[in-house]
Write a protein that binds this ligand. Structure first.
Ligand SMILES: Cc1cc2nc3c(=O)[nH]c(=O)nc-3n(C[C@H](O)[C@H](O)[C@H](O)COP(=O)(O)O)c2cc1C
Length: 149
């Protein structure tokens, strides 16, 4: 069975909400989906699933959310050869106009540097609250589901 692991880093819950929304759409499409906090994840979890979605908000001067930052550091020697990924990045230009949703860029770079493959353009969420973006999130998840086999 095709399985999808969503690993997220979230401080105030926005990224978690987006991941829950994405997981609902994918489950409706009959995929097995596991949503897991970055602080409870290890790099070896990724290879237990067919696909992996990495999701993180942006903090500081355009850095990953703290738990995702630690997780990604643990992935420095991981081999994602041919593993297929998607990325969800959150940010808000009211905090920083130079590094808006930098989390998506950082995750994309990490995945490709470790020989992983990006399945689809990343979902980028600017501004909070995020639930008014329900349609954007659902459309992205539907498009992603069409690329899964
Ligand atoms: C102290 C602080 C710094 C932030 N820095 C950035 C930033 O550099 N770039 C950006 O796009 N968003 C930035 N944000 C916005 C967050 O990424 C955004 O609010 C996000 O929705 C938080 O998601 P979370 O609740 O999942 O952690 C910052 C927010 C805070 C509170």
């Amino acid at each position: 069975m095709v399985s999808i692991l969503i690993i997220f880093g979230s401080t105030s819950g926005n990224t978690e909400l987006v991941c829950d929304e994405v997981s609902q759409v994918l489950r409706e499409k009959k995929y097995k989906v596991v949503v897991q906090r970055a602080e409870q994840s290890t790099p070896s979890d990724i290879n237990k699933y067919t696909y992996c979605i990495l999701a993180s908000s942006t903090y500081g001067q355009g850095i990953l959310q703290d738990h995702m930052l630690k997780f990604i550091k643990k992935c420095s020697r991981a081999n994602f050869k041919d593993k297929k990924f998607a990325v969800i990045g959150l940010g808000d230009n009211k905090y920083n106009t130079e590094y808006i949703i930098e989390s998506a860029k950082i995750l994309e770079k990490k995945i490709t540097e470790n020989d992983g493959v990006l399945l689809t353009p990343s979902l980028r969420i600017n501004k909070t609250p995020v639930l008014h973006l329900e349609d954007t999130i659902k459309t992205w998840a539907m498009n992603l589901s069409k690329k899964l086999k």
